[in-house]
Design a protein around this ligand. Structure first.
Ligand code: PRP
Ligand code: ZN
Length: 289
């Protein structure tokens, strides 16, 4: 594999695998269906995808085995590798939480004093305990942490919670949040020393940025009475001025604008009370700025 391809590490099997591949595909990369292979080469870009255990990704990127990687910020923090966080990717949001058996209760962080806590994130947990001046026993377990309390190995666990299903299945409930995480793109610190790889990365980053931007934006279309145009313009959050199109009915105009997705429900009512009708909100595939 000593070709000059840009090497990107992706979680082999887990919460982030599908969404990581989806992001790369949205960037226009033609990637073969992943089927238990360790390395897949994109058909239309000088890029190899290495499928690795997520916990190992920061070290592999640090050591230059992979040039970049997509991994949870939780793992980055825990591993404390010499890497650079290039982008937060907006997916894979989850929380590292203390969780206790359902029938128990815990009132404050002080109640953790003297307890045994099973986790795959010993460094983050120890830091949290220190910050809260708690002495507790941290038991490092590399997988299936959630069964530790029922085996009697620990009193509680500290693990990632996304939907909460894993906890529920194991009759555990969440308590304190220790750390909030999402997926990040990380890079080797020396990557810019290799000019050809740097070019491949720079162009990939441009594509990633335009995909992320498009995911956070929607294309809004509506018809408005001509006389209310100013009122409508005031409601719209778009930085650039909207596109205004005349309609057959001369008292009406069509207004098109790109808006941040999360603002739509805040402005929807205001648009309607300003006389907007036929409001359409469309997904944008790509946004080149
Ligand atoms: C995490 C965590 C739980 C699961 C929680 O595993 O260890 O098993 O996600 O998700 P839920 O709240 O939606 O049930 P992860 O995907 O990071 O895999 P890994 O433990 O193999 O790294
Ligand atoms: Zn993991």
């Amino acid at each position: 594999m000593l070709n000059g391809n840009l090497k990107v590490a992706v979680q082999k099997k887990g919460r982030l695998t599908d969404k990581s591949l989806q992001l790369l595909r949205s960037c226009g990369l033609d990637i073969e269906e992943y089927s238990e292979r360790l390395i897949v080469t994109a058909r239309n870009y000088e890029l190899d995808i290495l499928f690795l255990r997520d916990d190992d990704i920061p070290e592999y990127v640090q050591d230059g085995v992979a040039d970049i990687g997509i991994v949870g910020y939780d793992v980055v923090k825990e591993r404390n590798a010499e890497i650079e966080v290039l982008r937060h990717l907006g997916f894979g949001k989850c929380r590292l939480m203390m969780a206790i058996p359902e029938e128990q209760d815990i009132e404050s962080v002080e109640n953790l004093q003297g307890k045994r806590i099973a986790t795959s994130f010993p460094a983050i947990v120890k830091e949290y305990l220190n910050a809260n001046k708690i002495e507790a026993k941290v038991i490092e377990i590399s997988g299936s942490v959630e069964i530790a309390p029922s085996l009697g190995v620990a009193d509680l666990i500290c693990d990632l919670v996304s939907t909460g299903n894993t906890l529920k299945l194991n009759k555990l409930k969440k308590t304190f949040t220790v750390f909030e995480s999402d997926a990040v793109l990380i890079g080797n610190k020396n990557l810019n020393l290799d000019e050809s790889k740097w070019k491949l990365l720079a162009s990939l980053l441009t594509r990633i940025d335009s995909v992320l931007k498009a995911r956070n934006s929607k294309y809004l279309m509506m018809n408005v009475p001509k006389e209310n145009l100013d009122e409508i313009k005031n409601v719209l959050p778009s930085l650039k001025s909207p596109t205004i199109v005349p309609l057959a009915d001369e008292s009406m105009l069509a207004v098109h604008a790109v808006i941040p997705t999360d603002t739509f429900w805040q402005i929807n009512e205001k648009l309607k009370s300003a006389g907007a009708s036929g409001i359409l909100l469309l997904a944008i595939e790509n946004m080149i700025l």
